[in-house]
Ligand binder design. Structure first.
Ligand code: FUB
Length: 519
């Protein structure tokens, strides 16, 4: 499989430039740029230097079942032409502890490199302070180098320029810096996460704070990952937004971010929300960077699409970003994400991926995601948006989940994967169901006749077989576990429905209209 999937990749070790780690040439057939699972890459920040397009990115190093940002270093990708698929990869360019004497290892979160007025390169890096008594030790340091490949040294060796000791950086996690050098040479730094965005001016030396800074408001649904840029006199702020809900233009599930953007006519605002530049991707986090290179704008972002990828094993992608100049300010057209050619899915009896899913608790609590039911993905350590779930402060005794196909299907089996954080019998949290059964639509909802045992063990597929039935709608009716405190919530990671014979799977377009209900 590996050979087939990655047949298009050629690797050639390159001459190592002075001061840089070993570089290698890669040739890739599309997104993600690094796809074979050897190096994950996250939080891309593009810049143009020496006539080439560069991307600085962190390196995700979490094990497959670890839900944490384990990130020890930053890496660089460089191309003369993104269309060519030819990149130079510098896998290990900066480590926090090697550049900042005051920083701890790891947590090489989202940084940005920008060329300063003195033609040197400045790297704005969120890192953990080693010796700090602050509850949140994230701080933003600045490194400087004559070339993007280094060597990098601390541009402000007395410590971070933003930390809990700076009034505007108090009570906010100091990560995700983004910098703009304005046309008049003034320098602006923005940063923030968890719904808080701050901005401050810097002196032209790129490191000294100027003025007290301020909170940036007006960017609807701002969560994190700001990216500042200017085009035709207008300031644009791209960001990961998580304004969630069934009718949101951004995301149905709060953990999944879209890339939203707003505009302003002055660097500190007022800012106006303008829309969505990128729909949610396969990783829960989304992180934008945009750049004009040789007359074309590009958006870089990350996904979980690499081999064995995940929310904490992300990989950088690049796609064209187009403008609609017929409106003022110019609108960013929603970017169409592309992927390298994928091998055909193997034949399967599972026809769930052709169905649209719904549930008794629609609209779902925004931490869950209905489309997780039939996305074909199961994980050892799923996050809430990898699940359909029903937890609420007052859980009912029964819930159901339902598949609807566009036309009748013949089925003779089903497999359900329950998720729990409480044991069977619990009346709180999310527990495996006390019992469940399938009902199919045939002039009304009827239990599927002749079904075998309905297992309730969480953490793996529970399969049930039955003589074939023909229907267009199928429900799994779930009885919640309970005790004298009430009923627990329910959660399902994946629900497969089996046809008698295997065939090439039909995968329903996620954006397609849901199939109509029966009844
Ligand atoms: O990579 C760690 C964090 O995840 C970044 O700082 C955020 O922007 C999100 O992408």
């Amino acid at each position: 499989m590996k050979n087939k999937l990655f047949a298009g990749i050629a690797l050639v070790m390159a001459v190592t430039p002075a001061g840089a780690q070993e570089a290698r040439q890669i040739s890739v057939p599309g997104n993600p740029i690094l796809a074979d699972g050897d190096y994950y890459s996250a939080d891309p920040a593009p810049f143009v230097a020496d006539g080439a397009l560069w991307i600085v990115a962190g390196r995700d190093q979490a094990a497959p079942d670890v839900n944490d940002f384990v990130m020890g270093q930053w890496q660089l990708l460089k191309t003369n032409d993104p269309k060519s698929g030819k990149w130079t990869h510098y896998p290990d360019i900066i480590r926090p502890e090697n550049v900042f004497a005051w920083a701890e290892e790891a947590r090489a979160y989202a940084g940005q490199i920008i060329q300063g007025p003195d033609k040197r390169y400045y790297f704005y890096a969120p890192v953990l302070e080693k010796n700090s008594d602050a509850k949140d030790r994230f701080a933003i340091g600045v490194a400087v180098a004559d070339s993007p490949t280094g060597p990098w040294r601390d541009a402000h060796p007395s410590g971070p320029i933003l930390s809990q000791h700076v009034p505007v950086a108090k009570d906010i996690q100091n990560i995700d810096p983004t910098v703009l050098i304005d046309d008049d040479g003034r320098v602006y730094l923005y940063w923030g996460t968890f719904g808080q965005l701050r901005g401050i001016e810097l002196e032209r030396d790129m490191v000294t704070l100027k003025g007290g800074g301020q909170a940036i408001e007006g960017l609807t649904g701002f969560f994190e990952a700001p990216w500042i840029m200017k085009r035709k006199g207008v300031y644009y702020m791209l960001y990961a937004g998580n304004k969630a809900g069934p009718t949101s233009d951004c995301t149905p599930a709060v953990y999944h971010a879209c890339i939203a953007y707003g505009t302003a006519t002055a660097p500190m605002g007022p800012w106006t929300y303008r829309g969505v530049a990128l729909k949610p991707v396969s990783s829960t986090t989304s992180h934008p960077g945009a750049v004009e290179f040789k007359g074309q704008w590009y958006l870089v972002y990350h996904t979980a699409d690499a081999k064995d990828g995940g929310h904490f094993r992300r990989s950088v992608a690049i796609d064209k970003m187009e403008w609609d100049d017929s409106v003022t300010p110019a609108r960013i057209r929603t970017v169409v994400p592309t992927r390298r050619p994928q091998p055909p899915l193997p034949p399967t009896r599972n026809i769930a991926r052709a169905a649209s899913a719904t549930a008794s608790n629609e609209p779902l609590p925004v931490q869950y995601w209905i489309k997780a039911l039939n996305d074909g993905v199961t994980k050892a350590a799923p996050l809430p948006p990898d699940l359909w779930g029903s937890w609420s402060p007052n859980n009912p005794a029964t819930q159901w989940i339902e598949y609807r196909w566009d036309k009748d299907v013949t089925i003779d089996g089903s497999r359900l994967w329950f998720w729990n954080d409480q044991p069977a019998g619990s009346g709180v949290g999310v527990a495996p169901p006390a019992a469940w059964h399938l009902e199919y639509w045939h002039q009304g909802w009827k239990p599927v006749p002749g079904a075998g045992t309905y297992g309730t063990q969480p953490g793996g597929f529970q399969a049930v077989r039955f003589p074939p039935v023909r229907t267009r709608c199928l429900r799994a009716v779930l009885n919640a576990s309970g005790d004298d405190k009430g009923h627990a919530g329910l959660a399902v990671q994946e629900w497969e429905v089996l046809a008698p014979k295997a065939a090439r799977p039909v995968v329903r377009d996620r954006a397609a209209k849901p199939a109509p209900g029966c009844g």
